[in-house]
Design a protein around this ligand. Structure first.
Ligand code: UDP
Ligand code: UDP
Ligand code: UDP
Length: 463
């Protein structure tokens, strides 16, 4: 493989991410990987973004990757969002819908690119919109699925549930053909609400998925071999395009922050890293109980706090969220930050011994890469399915009785679990093994690298 400039006959791939760092990050990683392997890459940049972090990362990425081209995509203002009345609508969900509604603007933009495109890679959230676009432009479209293969199986199967009018309310379990039965409590709760935007989007995305030329997933064989095999043998839904596991995707750069000097002063394996990702803000009560738990656990911790789902609206100070007395009591063994941190660099630091995580899929794959044990505390959406993989793979523990975030959990219980978790030597060994598998998959000659090369080769053939 060439790792430098553009190869003869190399594909020109346009990447279309959707909204939120959990979706943008794997796209930027893939863009850098493809460009590093000699593909011509165009990143489609949606304006405006929901969060400031997204626009800052895009600007920085393009300035540090001048070989990646960008194409501005100004989405239409959104006057009449389809919202249901009972649930406050998530700004990221609204953005998915706003981008979908602007899909008709894409063909002239994409067809103006030079050299001409050979393929598209789009986020799952844009799958239904992009199908007519790719057909119109005669371009193969690949979906980059940013969650686990199990969630992919759910998205692929769910349109059938809807078409057949299968009620999912009464049975405590849920079956996806070819896979072990799932407890229904693991599914994203909004799926049970017929009017919820999440359910509506998921069904239309599932329908769009089947029209793709292929599906790229940020997972790897050793983590989800059974699900990947079932997806590829046509049992879940016939006609599903090939699913290629290309993960874990690696970062395109490494950053630091003021926390690095604190971390470097801590003993090896002693620190619990605590983060719930880019868009989950705990309530005041949850913050209080988690703080209490961290204090009672007696372990060292690095806690990344969010006061609001969208960073532009997050103006509270750390002290307002956790209280001055708490800060004083834990100051010798805890660091709390409210800025964006480079999670990859934190997870690879020798001081880190565990990760209390909401189990956003990127976080799971990053912990897997570094062999850092995860204590799972899923909060929303796909995160219980992700947590189930954390548990079954040996990467970590999931205390199912904790339920979803928002359920009343006391500091006492949190503290006890954290302490036990950090003392669990067996778990550390298992997580280390997962890390070895992850790096083997993505490394030279590994399954994920082979799948990436297969994608690049099929992309080269202009249909
Ligand atoms: N992340 C980070 N610093 C932060 C918060 C998040 O680097 O302060 C990264 C994290 O490493 C991951 C992504 O943002 O790559 C979050 O995606 P994930 O799927 O874990 O969760 P989501 O934010 O979508 O809930
Ligand atoms: N998802 C999907 N279609 C939907 C909603 C969700 O395919 O309409 C998948 C998608 O892979 C997404 C995951 O479910 O990453 C979890 O969605 P959620 O909105 O809970 O989290 P996000 O990844 O946006 O932070
Ligand atoms: N949601 C989700 N993934 C996320 C964030 C939210 O699936 O990353 C869903 C969540 O389950 C809820 C809806 O989106 O049904 C609205 O979320 P919000 O945070 O506004 O409400 P909450 O669930 O916190 O009460």
């Amino acid at each position: 493989m060439a790792t430098g400039g553009r190869m003869e006959n190399s594909p020109h791939v346009a990447l279309l991410p959707s909204a939120g760092m959990g979706h943008l990050t794997p796209f930027l990683r893939l863009a850098a990987t493809l460009a590093g392997r000699g593909c011509t890459v165009t990143l489609v940049v949606t304006h405006p973004t929901v969060s400031l972090t997204e626009s800052q990362h895009i600007t920085h990425f393009l300035s540090t990757h001048p070989q990646v081209h960008s194409l501005n995509f100004h989405i239409l203002p959104f006057d009449d969002p389809i919202t249901d009345n009972s649930i406050p609508t998530d700004p990221f969900f609204l953005q998915f819908e706003a981008i979908q509604r602007s899909g008709h603007l894409l063909p002239p933009l994409l067809s103006s690119l030079s050299p001409p495109l050979s393929s598209l890679v789009t986020d799952i959230m844009l799958a239904p919109t992009i199908d007519p676009v790719s057909t119109h432009l005669c371009l193969p479209n690949y979906v980059l699925f940013t969650s686990c293969a199990k969630m992919l199986a759910l998205v692929a199967h769910f349109p059938t549930v809807s078409d057949k009018g299968i009620s999912i309310d009464l049975d405590p379990n849920f079956d996806i053909p070819g896979l072990p039965t799932l407890p229904k409590s693991w599914l994203p709760p909004p799926l049970f609400d017929q009017t919820h935007i999440f359910r509506r989007l998921l069904i239309s995305n599932g329908r769009g998925l089947i029209k793709a030329k292929g599906i790229l997933t940020n997972t790897f064989q050793a983590l989800e071999s059974e699900t990947l095999a079932t997806l590829n043998d046509g049992k879940i839904v016939s006609g599903l395009p090939p699913v290629l596991a290309i993960g874990p995707l690696e970062p395109y750069e490494y950053g630091q922050g003021p926390w690095i000097s604190w971390l470097s002063a801590q003993p090896a394996g002693s620190v619990m890293y605590v983060s719930f990702g880019s868009r989950t803000a705990l309530s005041k009560e949850e913050i209080r109980e988690l703080g209490d738990g961290l204090e009672k656990s007696g372990v060292r911790f690095l806690w990344v706090l969010k006061g609001n789902k969208v960073d532009k609206e997050d103006s509270q100070e750390i002290e307002d969220l956790v209280g001055y007395d708490f800060l004083k009591r834990v100051k010798n063994r805890g660091l709390i930050v409210k800025d964006w941190v480079d999670q990859w660099v934190i997870l690879e630091h020798v001081a880190i011994g565990g990760f209390l995580s909401h189990c956003g899929w990127n976080s799971v794959t990053e912990a897997a890469w570094h062999g850092v044990p995860v204590l799972a505390w899923p909060q929303h959406g796909d995160q219980k399915l992700n947590a189930s993989i954390v548990k079954s793979s040996g990467l970590g523990l999931w205390e199912e009785s904790w339920g979803w975030g928002g359920e009343k959990l006391k500091g006492e219980e949190i503290g006890k679990r954290i302490r036990e978790f950090m003392e669990n030597e067996e778990l550390k060994k298992k997580a280390t093994n997962v890390g070895e598998e992850a790096r083997k998959a993505a490394g030279k000659g590994g399954n994920s690298e082979k799948a990436l090369i297969e994608f690049m080769q099929t992309s080269k053939k202009i249909l």
